[in-house]
Design a protein around this ligand. Structure first.
Ligand code: HEC
Length: 100
């Protein structure tokens, strides 16, 4: 088989990494500011649910929906007053990639 016919150009790959880490950093900060008090800095929960299953049991869209429309009475509604669409996406990506 050998190597793939069209390996990604290094520049494209680097760009993808840069965008990825920008969103991750934003997500991390948003999580620390808005979520960690209840869900714990490491996502293991406390007042809020343990979030370690989120990346494997839900899709990205479902994660966003859980944040946009909290099911219980304890978790505040952050969207759209506190977190924009993009910010909900960033914090979702962050917790889906970080906690598992
Ligand atoms: C005041 C405490 C509190 C804060 C702040 C909070 N949550 Fe929650 N969260 C909860 C509780 C409690 C639940 C469980 C459902 C319920 O009772 O509302 C929950 C549920 C969730 C769920 C669904 C978990 C599941 O297994 O269904 C996700 C995802 C989530 N929170 C993410 C976040 C994110 C992201 C933030 C920050 C933007 C946040 N939460 C901030 C308390 C909180």
């Amino acid at each position: 088989m050998g190597s793939p016919a069209f390996p990604p150009a290094p520049r494209t790959r680097q760009l993808a990494v840069d965008i990825f880490s920008e969103d991750m950093q934003a997500g991390q900060q948003l999580y620390a500011e808005n979520c960690a008090a209840c869900h714990n800095a490491d996502g293991t929960g406390g007042i809020g649910a343990n979030l370690h299953h989120i990346g494997t049991t839900t899709s990205l869209r479902q994660t966003e929906s859980l944040i946009k429309n909290p099911i219980g009475v304890v978790m505040p509604r952050f969207y759209p007053a506190t977190l924009s669409d993009v910010q909900v996406r960033q914090v979702s990506e962050y917790l889906r990639t970080t906690f598992h």
